[in-house]
Design a protein around this ligand. Structure first.
Ligand SMILES: [Cu+2]
Length: 121
């Protein structure tokens, strides 16, 4: 293998590592609800954070910030909490959620392309 080929391979591996990090790891963080609202950005097909820990049995404010103008992102559904909210583009929309029982609850867009999890503890 020549030096040039080696450099190309190393660059390729670095690119793959970056893509893996970007698509899976950078968006896969968990956020724990504190005193204030939990901000969830809706962009590029993912909720960030996509896992949010909330206290069970207490109301929590989720502040959705939609950056994705595509119709796919226009609604957020949290079935377990009876929430179906329209999200305006670029304007924060707060949703109050109370999950009575500990457990994991999904939140999604209308088409279930955007997916996130609320972890009630
Ligand atoms: Cu969608």
């Amino acid at each position: 293998m020549s030096g040039a080929e080696l450099a190309v391979n190393v660059a390729g591996l670095a690119l793959i590592a970056f893509i893996v990090w970007w698509f899976w790891l950078s968006h896969g963080r968990t956020e724990r609800a504190g005193a204030g609202p939990v901000e969830i950005v809706v962009a590029d097909g993912v909720y960030s954070p996509s896992r949010v820990e909330v206290p069970a049995g207490r109301p929590v404010v989720l502040r959705f910030i939609r950056r994705d103008p595509s119709p796919c992102a226009e609604k957020v559904l949290i079935d377990a909490a009876g929430v179906a909210a329209e999200l305006p583009v670029g304007e924060p929309r707060e949703v109050v959620v109370t999950l009575p029982e500990p457990g994991e609850y999904e939140f999604t867009c209308d088409m279930r392309m955007y997916r996130g999890t609320l972890v009630a503890r």
